[in-house]
Design a protein around this ligand. Structure first.
Ligand code: G6P
Length: 365
């Protein structure tokens, strides 16, 4: 066991640190930067993507948050309406045309019962189905029309880390592929996204190199009453994922939401004992988010922010530097939140790789 952890105390920390390498595997041989296109080895019937009306993403837990990130990319890069459903709540829905709908199941294990149930409902409705998974030969791959593998390598820690990053990267490539095929994305714009993806492993490494700063922040705030995570745009799924990670492994109360919602309820819970962690990266409406953070600070809350390199918000109590990688910058910010969750839990001596009551793969509905 110790040898398998490669010198790390926990699989989770090992897997967090594997991200530069797992992301390299995810994108290896798949980016054609010159042509502004990707090679994902997926095929659709002729004309299907051109006529596409909607992409419905179905997933649970962390994979659902990867899906929420991706939905914004599908709309922006592929020019197609994209919705995200919690798999256990999914119904095909009225007013839709099955043969113009693509249902994308995002599932690390490929075995989650809720997600398989959603795929079966989509198939029964006559929609085309697609899986984004880490697991060759998994059940989902046998039930869908096509699959893209995220190639993150085995993940042992119950709390998903490197697979979230590789899911988002794979879905970003899929969004470029769909956008190019539909003629919705110019080659130059595609190229810039592909360059962002190429920069992703190095940017994640830069964040990992800042781990001592995150550990220090975790020590300072570990005993807080609750933790709030906020962001806008691509920062929203990252805020949700940051809160999920912290609650899963530290057992602390953590909530993530769109920063604009703070004033519509959660602000009532804000005190000097409830730190707010914010995604404040370029392109994720950082200034507006910072206005909401300030509202929390006015009530005494400490504020920690993931801020784009070169930007500065002087009033933050802690500022984490995020390298500039465009559309995947919030994904890089997420690595700070993974490290924060890990170190809070570790300071408290929690069983990080096997949190109570949780399973890596949930095969019951
Ligand atoms: C479980 C795991 C989560 C995971 C979710 C979905 O709840 O503990 O980490 O995000 O299942 O799993 P999947 O394999 O479908 O991505």
């Amino acid at each position: 066991d110790a040898a398998e952890k490669g010198g790390y105390e926990h699989y989770m920390r090992k897997e967090i640190h594997e991200q530069p390498e797992s992301l390299r595997q995810t994108i290896a041989g798949r980016l054609d930067v010159d042509a502004g296109d990707v090679e994902l080895d997926v095929s659709f019937p002729p004309g299907f993507l051109a006529d596409l009306e909607e992409i419905q993403i179905v997933a649970c837990g962390t994979s659902n948050y990867a899906g929420r990130y991706a939905a914004q990319l599908f709309e922006e890069l592929a020019g197609v309406r994209a919705t995200v459903e919690i798999a256990s709540e999914y119904e095909f829905g009225a007013g839709r045309t099955p043969d113009r709908t693509l249902v994308v199941a995002v599932t690390q294990s490929g075995e989650t019962a809720d997600t398989l149930g959603a795929v079966r409902r989509a198939n029964a409705a006559g929609a085309r189905t697609f899986a984004v998974t880490n697991t060759l030969g998994s059940t989902v791959t046998r039930e869908v029309d096509g699959t893209a593998f995220i190639r993150a390598g085995p993940e042992i820690g119950v709390a998903a880390t490197k697979t979230f990053a590789s899911q988002v990267a794979t879905l970003a490539m899929l969004a470029v592929a769909v956008g190019r095929d539909r003629g919705a994305l110019a080659a130059a714009d595609a190229r810039s996204v592909l360059e962002d993806l190429q920069g992703l492993p190095g940017a994640v490494q830069q964040v990992l190199d800042e781990e001592p700063q995150v550990r220090e922040a975790a020590r300072e705030y570990r005993d807080s009453e609750a933790f709030f995570f906020v962001g806008r745009a691509l920062g929203v799924p990252v805020a949700l994922e940051g809160a999920l990670k912290l609650k899963e492994i530290s057992y602390d109360h953590a909530e993530g939401f769109a920063a604009g919602e703070l004033k519509h309820g959660p602000l009532a819970l804000v005190t000097p004992d409830t730190p707010v962690l914010a995604v404040l990266t370029d392109g994720a409406r950082a200034d507006e988010t910072m206005n909401n953070v300030t509202e929390a600070q006015t009530r005494g809350a400490p504020a920690l922010g993931c801020v784009s390199d070169g930007e500065e918000y002087n009033t933050l109590d802690v500022s984490f530097d995020v390298p500039d990688v465009g559309i995947v910058e919030p994904l890089v910010a997420n690595v700070y939140l993974q490290l924060f969750a890990y170190h809070v839990a570790n300071e408290k001596g929690r069983p990080i790789d096997k949190p109570r009551n949780l399973a890596k793969s949930v095969t019951v509905e």
